[in-house]
Design a binder for this molecule. Structure first.
Ligand SMILES: [Zn+2]
Length: 243
């Protein structure tokens, strides 16, 4: 890939970033570092977006080889994973077993530059409009929607912790935007525990369609009696129309 190509794709990414992703708190990726070299994040993102809007799954090996043209000593690129989880880009991974689309293990695919990675938790301070979040907290009387702990007061369950209210997902497979946000404390909104879908009152109403959600069901199913297991087996067969 020539410098012109890299810059052209990066410009497209920047335009999409400004019009679509910025408002979700997705992190901006710089093309070059202060020393004038391309950043590894930019290289990986550019490579994943090279035929945008057409995108395909690309192996970690291929990404690594591309980055090595600029950083010969790099061993194994982790940027694709970080770009999704920490920076918010909508990149799925074969290894992570994303639910929307199956791709080969150890490969990555940029789904689009329209929406952030579904379970991306943006920076609470700079992400969602702070004033709007303040208004939302007020509607909830500054309580965690789920456990009722009050902001800046000792937590209901963990008395030695002060309650901090964060923007929690109602549905973790949808972007963290108003309409999908409830105020939750640091305990109820533990990062990477995308297990449940909540209603506006903070009650868990469904198991999320996520790895964490599956683990919740699995854990309980392992604990129930044989009789109950057989009941669920029967129920699942009926639901899936298996004879
Ligand atoms: Zn709580």
């Amino acid at each position: 890939m020539s410098d012109e190509e890299i810059e052209k794709i990066y410009r497209l990414i920047s335009e999409k970033y400004e019009s679509n992703l910025k408002k979700f708190g997705v992190k901006k990726i710089n093309l070059k570092a202060k020393n004038g070299n391309y950043t590894k994040d930019a290289l990986v993102l550019v490579y994943l977006a090279r035929d945008y809007p057409k995108t395909q799954a690309i192996s970690k090996q291929e990404l690594t080889e591309f980055v090595r043209k600029f950083y010969p000593n790099v061993s194994d690129v982790q940027q694709a994973r970080h770009l999704a989880k920490q920076k918010g880009y909508n990149i799925i991974s074969g290894t992570r077993g994303d639910i929307n689309e199956k791709i080969a293990p150890a490969s990555y695919k940029l789904l689009n530059l329209e929406y952030p990675y579904p379970s991306f938790k943006q920076d609470r301070r700079s992400g969602i409009n702070a004033k709007d979040f303040e208004g939302l907290k007020k509607q909830y009387n500054y309580r965690c929607a789920t456990c009722g702990s009050i902001e800046n007061q000792p937590h209901n369950i963990r008395n030695n912790e002060i309650t901090k209210l964060q923007a929690g997902h109602m549905n973790p497979s949808k972007p963290l935007v108003f309409g999908n946000i409830i105020p939750q404390c640091q305990v109820c909104n533990r990062p990477d525990r995308d297990r449940f879908i909540y209603d506006k009152t903070g009650r868990a109403i469904e198991i999320a369609n996520s790895d964490d959600g599956k683990r919740v069901v699995e854990r309980y199913l392992k604990k129930v009696s044989k009789n109950t297991k057989e009941y669920f087996l029967d129920l699942l067969k009926r639901l899936l129309k298996i004879k």
